[in-house]
Design a protein around this ligand. Structure first.
Ligand code: GLY
Length: 372
């Protein structure tokens, strides 16, 4: 099993860190985290679902290196990512007497990683933290790159900070406990990397996606590693999203409008919205004459092969009209001086950022997508 382990270095000068990927890392968590510690004690924040499934394994993995652990389990779900659970977490960390030199562990999916990372960023003006991501989405995206934060009533992720973790342990064995729906939603972010910057990876996923989804561990490790390597390269070039990092938002402008239209509910998971959004971004690119019509067709064919939500019709319930969806896009964080930014593509693996998209073309793509 250990042979499968991979390490990706996120190169950020004195804030550089490793992302270790492979099965069985929970069991080795103590040995991995020990070099970071001033004293043999960590505080762990997770959610109730993750705690019920995996906290014992983490506790045992830490105990093997004589590391003591105290844990807080927050309620699961996106609504946890707000002021209430955030202040509860910060106060709990203070009650646990976490010191400047201690390490906080974020043990869960994207909600926990973002919230706990933000708590670590502000606690005593910043303490170190370790990400142990348990969802595929968190392993390939949110645990890497230091974006942390919580949601505001005005929108998602509007309150936060860049705070890089000191270590990321992505235990791919833990992915075995995800529901098929959650796994495929995370796969939306995996396939995004191929579409945005690596046509060979996209072709690899076309071939290996099905075995990866059915549990092949070597394929899972490979897919997580290639995704994290791409993200690490982009973050090293542009940590605070002044340029290239925006490429990671391929599909997200459409996705955020669809998430808002479905009330951030169970009707559409974030990764599902990303997949549909990527298909729409390629359709928009083809309409603008940037890529051939074959590219959006190939994207949709792969998403459908994987049994993923691909079209607007795959979202249960009714959606607002195209005009309303465009309006919802206007509330996106990526609006600069009133102009909406899109990530478009000249082909699979060749994306770029632009503000120069005629709104009537976006409208026509959405109108057609709504009648499909
Ligand atoms: N999830 C996009 C980013 O980290 O920039």
């Amino acid at each position: 099993m250990e042979l499968m382990e991979k390490t990706v270095r996120v190169e950020l000068g004195e804030r550089s860190y490793d992302v270790v990927i492979g099965p069985g890392l929970l069991q080795q968590a103590g040995a991995r985290i020990a070099p970071l510690l001033n004293r043999r004690r960590v505080v762990v924040v997770s959610d109730e679902n993750v705690a019920a499934l995996h906290l014992q394994a983490l506790r045992a993995g830490l105990a093997r290196a004589d590391i003591e652990m105290v844990a807080l389990a927050l309620p699961p779900g996106e609504s946890t990512k707000g002021w209430e659970q955030f202040s509860r977490t910060v106060e709990w960390l203070l009650e646990q007497k976490v010191e400047r030199g201690d390490v906080v562990v974020a043990f869960g999916g994207g909600v926990i990683g973002d919230l706990v990372g933000f708590a670590a960023a502000v606690l005593r003006r910043g303490v170190r933290f370790v990400q142990i991501p348990t969802s595929l989405l968190a392993q390939v995206d949110s645990s890497v790159g230091g974006k942390t934060g919580i949601n505001a009533p005005q929108g998602k992720n509007l309150i936060g900070a860049f705070h890089q973790p000191s270590l990321v342990l992505a235990d791919t064995a833990v992915l075995g406990t995800l529901t098929a729906r959650d796994f495929l939603a995370g796969y939306g972010e995996v396939v995004k990397y191929g579409m945005l910057g690596d046509a060979d990876f996209f072709a690899w996923l076309e071939k290996n996606g099905p075995i990866l989804a059915s549990g092949d561990m070597a394929a899972r490790v490979e897919a997580v590693t290639r995704s994290v390597q791409m993200k690490a390269d982009i973050v090293a070039r542009d940590e605070t999203e002044q340029g290239d990092r925006a490429l990671l938002n391929l599909g997200h402008t459409f996705c955020h409008a669809l998430e808002a239209a479905t009330g951030y509910s169970d009707r559409l998971l974030h990764g599902e919205g990303v997949a549909i959004g990527c298909a729409l971004a390629f359709e928009l690119s083809a309409r603008l004459g940037l890529c051939s019509q074959e590219d959006p067709s190939r994207v949709r064919a792969h998403l459908k092969d994987m049994g993923m939500k691909t079209d607007l019709a795959d979202i249960p319930g009714s959606l607002p009209d195209a005009e309303t969806l465009v309006e919802l896009m206007g509330q996106d964080k990526k609006v600069v001086a009133g102009q909406l930014k899109f990530i478009l593509a000249r082909g699979i693996g060749q994306s770029f950022v632009t503000g120069d998209v005629p709104p009537e073309v976006v409208l026509s793509v959405l109108k057609d997508a709504l009648t499909q």
